[in-house]
Design a protein around this ligand. Structure first.
Ligand code: GLN
Length: 630
């Protein structure tokens, strides 16, 4: 976290090596601190005691870094900035339809403290004016009763990321002088918007306005809205996405009192200000911004707060309606089975078959946020794939988010692919299922096949390619049967083979048996006869508790354990037998004898082993290369 409490001194130079972002905020602070126009609110007597020249700017990023300049740790009362947050809480506790019967969503065009209701609907016009805010707070009060203030404080504390308290002096001051708000609350009671004694709700409203916050707290509260309800430091979801969207929309149209239109026009951020001098603004998806400076303009907004937000919006291009054309291509890589191969090492004959048929397998690796724009590009690419391939591996491992609204579209496109005869294999986690409503199957996609990793999906696709030859690409010779010695031995000259074969001892392994153990002496090399032999790292992808990462699986006919054997170094990984099977084993002492008694045969064997290593190395290099390409 970057947090530098720089004193409000114009002479304070930007510390060398500080981030340019921090420097920009400091520059703004330095310039706007010269402004002395506006007046501190005094209609709540206690507010008049505020330090008129106090000035802080804090910006919290979506990943939880906080930049701060000036008086960002000085407490002040949240006042009207509490309104969208209490509205959000009420929305979550009740629901949209319920709340719409209590308060509207239209800008009012009247002062924030107007003693009036919408003449048509008989309810307050929106939750950002006092009438709407008191009506909203009444909902929380009615549901939570005596626990309401703790509920509010808990919620606000979660958003700010630290325990917040009420400024008792400000609360008492407003409670004792807030006759206008008292009048509003009784008006609401009279109109039936509040259905019980309005006094407890009014009292809760005065307390919520007196919650003491700092600029930094507000920046984090704003950042939580920028992150669709997830507090960026704690990672806790405190509001649903839908609630955040509604809060932001209301802040956009009604958050800055009678300046809201100007604000949206010039600054273009959903925002809310309070009479204690706070301004909270949100750049959805990016930043939460807060400015505190108690001198207010005639609309009741902080003079410096407006100026800073205006300039920052301009300098960083943050206006909501100033967006780059999307055009985000979500395809990280599009390749085929010739390039993308699983870590299942197969004998040369299978490899030849796969190379010859690799074009039938298309591999699409998708990345980023799949919103409607990116999804449309992906659907187009899938459509092209239908014509070109029999098999598709769709790797969604780099997808940060698949918007719920796009899931049915993607499912439908995949169903169309399958109907057109292209089999679809997906990885790594089911992003397409969990959205309720449009159940899988309803759109023609009975069951999607998901694999835990790209590697496993590729392996399954390769199995399908090997199993299902096409007319023009018939199945090549079958792999040597388990009784043979496998390609490595069979590639040897018959005279050499005669010498070698008696040195090979058959060893059986049960399913799951450890064939080679990490750290052990390497006293033999093995040639797989039957079964698969898998070596994996104890690592799960990205440190998760997911599947182990496999390094390689050796198929019948392949040699393994040769590296430790030839170098006489300890085993570097475990190798486990899958499904039970047997191997040929060449022991070190037999090999040493061979080198001494028949160096020519030993040399021929070494050449064959070198060729086998070469195949594996070529594969590993290709994988490394692809990795580097990103
Ligand atoms: N507590 C204040 C009031 O109701 C809040 C107003 C505001 O910040 N605009 O008057």
């Amino acid at each position: 976290m970057i947090s530098s409490a720089v004193p409000s001194d114009p002479a304070t130079a930007v510390p060398s090596g500080a981030s340019a972002f921090q420097a920009l905020l400091e520059e703004l602070h330095q310039r706007h601190r010269e402004r002395r126009d506006g007046a501190v609110a005094d209609y709540i007597p206690e507010l008049a005691r505020a330090h008129a020249d106090g000035f802080g700017i804090a910006l919290a990023t979506a990943d939880g870094r906080v930049y701060s300049v000036g008086d960002t740790e000085v407490p002040f009362t949240i006042q009207s900035i509490s309104k969208p947050f209490v509205y959000g809480l009420a929305l979550e506790q009740r629901n949209e339809a319920w709340m719409r019967r209590k308060v509207g969503v239209e800008p009012s065009g009247e002062a924030f403290n107007a003693i009036s209701l919408d003449p048509d609907s008989g309810i307050p016009r929106n939750p950002m004016i006092n009438a709407g805010a008191i009506a909203t707070t009444a909902q929380v009060q009615q549901l939570a009763g005596h626990g309401a203030i703790d509920l509010l404080l808990d919620h606000f504390s979660g958003l700010a990321g630290r325990p917040l308290e009420i400024d008792q002096a400000v609360y008492v001051s407003e409670r004792d002088t807030g006759h206008r708000n008292r009048a509003i609350s009784h008006l609401l009671r009279n109109a039936g918007v509040i259905e019980e004694d309005p006094e407890p709700s009014l009292d809760l409203y005065f307390r919520q306005c007196a919650i003491s916050v700092t600029c930094r707290d507000l920046a984090l509260m704003a950042a939580t809205l920028a992150c669709q309800g997830v507090q960026p430091i704690s990672g806790r979801r405190l509001l649903s996405r839908g609630t955040c969207t509604r809060m932001l929309a209301l802040m956009g149209t009604c958050g800055m009192y009678d300046y809201a239109g100007h604000w949206l026009h010039d600054v273009g951020m959903p925002a809310k200000s309070g009479v204690a001098g706070g301004v909270l603004a949100v750049v959805p998806g990016l930043f939460g911004l807060a400015v505190w400076s108690p001198r207010l303009d005639r609309f009741g907004n902080s003079v410096r707060g407006i100026a800073v937000c205006e300039e920052l919006s301009e300098r960083l291009g943050l206006h909501l309606y100033d967006q780059n054309p999307a055009g985000h291509d979500p395809i990280h890589r599009s390749s085929n089975g010739e390039w993308m191969q699983s870590r299942r090492l197969r004998p040369a004959r299978d490899l030849r078959q796969l190379n010859a048929t690799g074009e039938r397998l298309r591999v699409l690796q998708v990345q980023g946020v799949l919103d409607a724009g990116a999804c449309e590009v992906l659907l187009t690419r899938l459509e092209e794939t239908a014509a070109a391939a029999d098999l598709l591996v769709l790797d969604l491992g780099r997808v940060v988010e698949l918007q719920v609204s796009c899931r049915p579209l993607l499912r439908r496109q995949l169903a169309a692919l399958e109907q057109a005869g292209t089999e679809v294999l997906l990885t790594p986690v089911d992003l397409l299922g969990a959205d309720g409503g449009d159940a899988a199957g309803a759109d023609g996609l009975a069951g999607l096949r998901w694999f835990e990793s790209l590697d496993r999906a590729l392996e399954a696709a390769e199995d399908l390619l090997l199993e299902r030859p096409t007319a023009d690409q018939p199945r090549m010779d079958q792999v040597a049967s388990g009784d043979g010695y496998g390609e490595l031995v069979e590639s040897l000259d018959p005279t050499v083979r005669e010498v070698i074969q008696p040195l090979l001892h058959s060893r059986r392994f049960a399913d799951g048996e450890v064939v080679i153990r990490r750290g052990e002496r390497s006293d033999c090399l093995l040639i797989a006869r039957e079964g698969l032999y898998e070596t994996s790292l104890g690592l799960s992808p990205a440190g998760t508790a997911g599947p182990r990462t496999r390094l390689a699986t050796f198929s019948p006919g392949m040699c393994f354990g040769e590296i430790g054997f030839l170098g006489d170094t300890p085993r570097t990984a475990d190798i486990v037998c899958l499904g039970g099977g047997s191997c040929w084993e060449l022991r070190r002492n037999d090999f040493e004898d061979l080198r001494r008694d028949n160096p020519e045969a030993a040399c021929a064997l070494l050449v064959a082993i070198a060729a086998d290593i070469g195949i594996k190395l070529a594969r590993a290099s290709l994988q490394l290369c692809l990795l580097e390409l990103g």
